[in-house]
Write a new protein. Structure first.
Length: 279
């Protein structure tokens, strides 16, 4: 059995604690966990209507670092479904991985719910200048509009790396789900349990914005590691007629990335804008 403890902070400013034991089975555990968490939330909160739910906690895996949970969902009807699924999904990945040494020692969660929808869409981004030197800072302004029509601006300072190559860079601003969806590391197949746990812990959070600089040049993804701006000799070695597979080629090589703190609203959307690095 897998012990599960849930601290539910309701929209009525009450805190309720629930303790469960879930059967340990590769098929049943994710299903039962999903149902249990959904019913736990809806036992004190409405299942339909505007709501925002945040989920924090950890999944303890024997012999491995704990999987950290930090998610937030805001919608009109299915926040509770998405919140429950955000826990069931990594548990399913672990138990159906095929590794023999998977043992979950426990799941601890803090769930907070409000009866208000805090959601916004990234409409556009602007730069304070289009040319920048190495080591200098440039400001990106991200314009976000809420469903009520209110617009607010998030100002994001970006420092160009000292070793950035001259030429054009692409500035990506978007939510974690969009960044994860476009990542070649999605095709990664873990070789052991520790690689799987690390991959789960590095999944981008869909409730906040990320900023990432790309350079248009040859690169590769091996496992979950992005290898940007590879020299021609390395590219030739990977593309040798005597080898096949083992890596994913890329044309956008990452230069710099940062995760922004969560805003008041759950922001979705993505935008891309070029900037030139000059002498």
């Amino acid at each position: 059995m897998i012990p599960v403890k849930v601290n539910l902070h309701t929209s009525r400013e009450r805190t309720e604690t629930f303790s469960y034991e879930i059967a340990n089975d590769s098929f049943l555990t994710p299903l039962l966990l999903n149902i249990t968490l959904f019913n736990t939330i809806t036992s004190s909160e409405r299942a339909l209507g505007d709501s925002t739910i945040s989920v924090k906690g950890e999944i303890k895996v024997k012999g491995q670092e704990a999987i950290q949970i930090d998610r937030r969902f805001s919608s009109a009807n299915n926040s509770a479904i998405m919140a429950a699924g955000s826990i069931a999904a990594p548990v399913s990945s672990l138990l159906t991985s095929g590794f023999d040494d998977v043992q979950l020692d426990g799941i601890t969660l803090d769930i907070a719910s409000t009866e208000t929808k805090y959601a916004g869409t990234l409409e556009r981004i602007t730069l304070d200048r289009t040319e920048v030197r190495r080591g200098e800072k440039v400001e990106v302004q991200a314009y976000v509009r809420t469903e009520s029509g209110k617009q607010f601006v998030q100002r994001i300072p970006i420092q160009i790396p000292e070793d950035a190559a001259l030429g054009q860079l692409l500035v990506f601003v978007g939510d974690g789900g969009a960044l994860q969806e476009g990542s070649p590391a999605k095709a990664f197949v873990p070789q052991d349990l520790s690689q799987l746990v690390k991959a789960i812990n590095t999944v981008k959070k869909s409730d906040r914005l990320y900023v990432k600089l790309f350079r248009i040049t040859s690169g590769a993804v091996i496992g979950t590691s992005e290898l940007p701006s590879l020299p021609p000799s390395m590219v030739a070695t990977l593309n040798s007629d005597r080898t096949s597979g083992g890596y994913t080629p890329t044309v956008l090589s990452p230069v710099w990335e940062t995760e922004l703190p969560p805003a008041e609203f759950v922001i979705s959307g993505q935008q891309l804008i070029p900037i030139d690095v000059v002498k």
